[in-house]
Write a protein that binds this ligand. Structure first.
Ligand code: HEC
Length: 213
């Protein structure tokens, strides 16, 4: 009876706060399996408390809600092999709220999930249940972020040699555009000098020529 009252109460709260979905109330959908304290049930339902999945990439969590999950999955070093049904009938706001709730409770301190993030993955709904290897490995997610940064560093390198070339190889490169750009100010100085020399020397030379002639 108590549970029924709770469920009814949360339904009423849910209706009353249709705009601001209440993650705590919506968690009633999950607690039958994952338990009120998020600890799960050993051998049957994996924990949400301090789970690397819950605190990992948000994309995984949204996709699990929209498609469900089946097959072997390791959570906190323990393997589970069961099935979670999808919750695709929940609105974007509700999924965002319940995921934000599990990410900030049971000892979890991860950031919230936004309705827009759910909306962006809505097309996942209706697809067959996910398997763990279709998800981003939460243990490798931080490393993956580090790797592309290194690769980008390598891609960025061509910019550095260009500066070196401009400084050292201007004469070798001749009139290549790169060195033109880099030696722009110098060219102006030399161009001005040349113009000044011509202007000064021409009258002298022609003058001398006239005197001689
Ligand atoms: C009918 C039971 C059931 C319900 C209800 C349920 N889950 Fe699950 N959940 C599971 C099972 C079982 C797995 C592991 C599936 C597997 O073995 O592939 C799981 C896995 C997960 C995982 C990934 C593993 C982990 O523990 O971090 C998350 C996150 C998750 N559930 C969140 C939720 C949320 C949020 C809700 C409520 C909106 C919910 N679940 C409702 C049974 C359930």
């Amino acid at each position: 009876m108590k549970k029924l009252t709770l469920i009814l109460a949360s339904a009423v709260i849910g209706l009353g706060q249709a705009d601001a979905a209440d993650g705590k109330a919506l968690y009633a959908t999950c607690s039958a399996c994952h338990q009120a304290n998020g600890a799960g049930i050993p051998g049957a339902f994996p924990p949400l408390a301090e789970s690397e999945w819950v605190n990992g990439p948000v994309e995984n969590l949204i996709r699990i809600q929209l498609r469900g999950l089946m097959g072997p999955i390791k959570v906190k070093g323990v393997e589970y092999n069961s099935m979670m049904p999808p919750n695709a009938s929940m609105s974007d706001e509700e999924i965002a709220a319940v995921l934000s709730y599990i990410r900030s409770n049971f000892g979890n301190t991860s950031g919230p999930v936004t309705p827009d993030q759910v909306k962006a993955l809505r097309s996942e709904a209706g697809k067959p249940p996910l398997k763990a290897d279709e998800l981003i490995d939460p243990n490798e997610a931080p490393k993956e972020e580090a790797k592309p940064a290194g690769e980008e560093g390598a891609q960025a390198e061509p910019a550095a040699p260009a500066k070196v070339l401009a400084a050292g190889d201007v004469t070798e490169q001749g009139d290549v555009t790169k060195s033109d750009v880099q030696s722009g100010p110098n060219k102006l100085v030399w161009g001005g000098f040349a113009a000044w020399t011509l202007l000064c020397i021409f009258p002298v030379v022609t003058g001398v020529g006239r005197k001689k002639g």
